[in-house]
Design a protein around this ligand. Sequence first.
Ligand code: NDP
Length: 331
Amino acid sequence: TREVHLVSRPKGWPEPTDFALVETELPPPGDGEALVRNLFMSVDPYMRGRMNDVKSYVPPFGLNEVMTGGAIGEVVESGSPDLKPGDVVLHQLGWREHAVAPAKEFRKVTPVDGVPASAFLGVLGMPGLTAYAGLLDIAGMKEGDAVFVSGAAGAVGSLVGQIARLRGASRVIGSAGSDEKVAYLTDRLGFDAAFNYKSGPVHKLLAEAAPDGIDVYFDNVGGDHLEAAIGAFNDYGRAAICGAISMYNATEPQPAPRNLALVIGKRLTLRGFIVTDHYSVFGDFVREVGGWLAEGKVHFEETVFEGVDHAVDAFLAMLRGQNTGKMLVKL
Ligand code: NDP
C-alpha cells in the first residue's frame, strides 16, 4: 500500500520534492482494530501550516512520517465488534491508501440520500461546519445583513454564500480568482454580486459590488481582502476571521490592514475561530444544510484528482486556486 510522507519543510510555496510517495506493508488488524480502504482523502489549506515546525492549534507533521488528514473509507477487515466490512467511515488517516487503527479512530457515517460519501469531507463535513458556525455563530449573521465572503468559490466560501442567501441576507457578495468562478457564483450559487480579485484593487471592486456597504464579512483570505472589508463595513459590522490563505506561503510577516483604526469608529467586531470548537452544533448543521441539499436549495461542487500519487498535485493545485468547491483525491 502507498502513503505520502513529508520529507522536508517547505519555505514559501511547497515543492513536489518536499514530499515522497512511500510503499509500505500493511499489518493485519489486531484485536479491536480495523483495516480501512480509503475511498477519498481531503487536501485542505490548514495542512500548509502543519508543514511548518511551529506551535499552533494543531501539531506539525513529522518529517519522514505519513501525513494525516480527513478521509472517507470502507472497512475491509475488522477485529472490533463496532465495525464490520462494508461500513463507511470518516477518519483522520488520510494521505494513504489503507489505514489500520483502533476502531475508535473511525466514525461510521450514515449516508444521506442523493449525496455521495465524499460530501462528508466537504459540504457535510469539516468545511461545511466551518461555514455554518463561522457565519451564524461567530459573525452572528442575521436576516437583512449584507454579507461579503472571500474565497467564495471554495469549499467553505461557496457554502457561506448559500447559507447567507437562504437565511435572508439582503445582499450576498463574493470574490474569487477567475472569471469562470465569478460566473459560477452569480449564475449557479445565487450570489447577488461577485468579482475577480485579480482584475483590480479589491477595495474598489468591493465598493462597486456593495454600494450600500457590508454588515458581515467572512474572511478566508486576509491581506488586502480584509483591509477592503474594513473599509466597506457599515457601523457595527462583524467579521468571522476564518482563514488567511493569501499569507500561508509568505516567508515574511505580512502587513496588517492599514485601516485597522476604522474598527473603533465603526464599532466593528473581528473574531477568529477554529471549527473544532464548534462540533456541538454539528447536529443542527447537518439537519439544516442536509435539508437544503435534499431540497436542491444548496449546490456543491467537487474537484477530484485521482490516485494517491496525485495527492500532492491536488494539494498544490488547491493552493493555486485550481479547485471549484472542495478539492479531493479519489483513491
Ligand atoms: P478552498 O476550497 O477555498 O481552496 C482554497 C482557495 O483559496 C483556492 O481555491 C483559491 O481560490 C484561494 N486562494 C489561494 N490563494 C489565494 C490568494 N492569494 N488570495 C485569495 N484567494 C486565494 O479551501 P477551504 O474552503 O478548505 O478553506 C478556505 C479558507 O478557510 C482557508 O483560508 C482555510 O484555511 C480556512 N479554514 C479555516 C478553518 C477554521 O477552523 N478556522 C477550517 C477550514 C478552513 P481562488 O481561485 O479564488 O484564488
